[in-house]
Design a protein. Structure first.
Length: 131
C-alpha cells in the first residue's frame, strides 16, 4: 500500500478538499501512511488570496481537524504554478500517491488544461483524482 500520500488543497475550496481528506485517511489507515497537505499560492502578491502566514495558519488549522494521528500529518505552503509545485513537492517528499479533487471539465479546461490534468500527465507516482 501507500506510505506517503500528498494532498493538494485549494484554500478557497476547502469543502472539496474534505472529500480528498476522507479518502486519503481511509487509505492511510490501512498501511499507517503519512499524509502531507500542500497548498500553492501564486507568486504575484496581488493575485495571491492569502499572505504566507495566513496560508500557513489556514492549512495548519485544516490539518488539525483530520481524524488521524498528528505525528503522521504535515502541511506545507509553496509558491508558484499549482501543478508544478505539487509535482515538485511530491518528488522532494517522496510521495507514492497524489490524491486530489477535480472539477468536472469545462470547455476552457479542455482547451487550456487543468492543474489536475497536468499533474496526472507528469507525475512520477500514482495519482488518484476524485470528482
Amino acid at each position: 500500500m501507500f506510505k506517503k500520500i500528498l494532498l493538494p488543497v485549494d484554500l478557497a475550496e476547502l469543502d472539496m478538499a474534505k472529500q480528498a481528506i476522507d479518502e486519503a485517511t481511509s487509505l492511510a489507515k490501512v498501511s499507517g501512511a503519512e499524509l502531507r497537505l500542500v497548498t500553492v499560492q501564486p507568486v504575484v502578491p496581488i493575485v495571491a488570496q492569502y499572505t504566507p502566514l495566513v496560508a500557513e495558519q489556514k492549512i495548519a488549522d485544516f490539518a488539525a481537524k483530520i481524524d488521524y494521528p498528528r505525528e503522521h500529518i504535515s502541511a506545507t505552503v509553496r509558491f508558484g504554478a499549482a501543478y508544478h509545485e505539487v509535482l515538485t513537492e511530491a518528488k522532494e517528499w517522496g510521495a507514492d500517491l497524489i490524491l486530489l479533487c477535480s472539477h468536472r471539465p469545462t470547455m476552457s479546461t479542455y482547451l487550456l488544461g487543468s492543474n489536475a490534468a497536468k499533474i496526472v500527465r507528469h507525475a512520477t507516482c500514482a495519482v488518484l483524482v476524485l470528482r
